[in-house]
Design a binder for this molecule. Sequence first.
Ligand code: FPP
Length: 277
Amino acid sequence: MQSLSTLRIHELPPDERAVYATLKPEALPQHVAIIMDGNGRWAGRRSLKRFLGHQQGARSVQLVTETASRIGLPWLTLYAFSLENNLRRPRAEVNFLMRLLKSYLESNVQRMMDNNVRMRYIGRTHDLPPEVQDKMRWVEETTSRNTGTTLTLALNYGGRSELVDAFRALAAEVHQKHIPLDHITEQDIHRHIYTAHMPDPDLLIRTSGELRISNFLLWQIAYSEIFVTERLWPDFRGIHLLEAIAAFQQRERRYGGLGEACGEVEEDIDRIHIAAS
Ligand code: FPP
């Protein structure tokens, strides 16, 4: 949990503070990941061009990040641009998303500093346009000493390609250090994934109602709680993050074990006869 000095609950707007008051501060998630979806539909429903949906979506990114930083959420990871977006969307839309990202980074760096937000990235970012990479590096360095929320943007990201990258790195290490294959553990894979330095997401939110993972954080979400909302990303605000956290706090996380409400386990279970079926 973050130290109380990084909490800025008093900066929440009154409606968000009211939802925050219903939360158990000791049971806040450490890491929330969000699949931001529905920008195109948001625009389509208003007979607007798709790019205006993305532009409004960028505003949601900043507002949700600010709420996260005020409640002291340590890790927020947003799926901003997938490898599949890069390969399958029209070039004009991809170019627009790159320009939007660059302009977002330029115009929001001061707000990130004001909110003590540290910016990071995951994905095959080396394949992004050089001028976008330059801006990304500049914001990462500028915000690197901030101690509040770490905002990680997944850019040119794919869950399967992340695993390919991790396995390649691990294979090189195994080869170099002559590690016997049966010594490889889950921790070894974890050390080589993009998010090695952070806890796995406790809560995965998806906007716009689709019931898909879309190749996001495949390794990391093994035990994440999933919250899907019909709300489209450009309409998603800090209050909706807090509502998702409230729903998360109602869940019982069992990690494959037995929950508190499972009842008595029979002591003579070994003697129960299993009928042939
Ligand atoms: C899905 O909308 C969203 C994306 C393609 C990526 C998310 C991008 C943003 C929120 C804007 C830029 C972000 C930053 C950080 C500046 P969609 O186009 O798939 O929506 P649809 O399914 O309704 O068509």
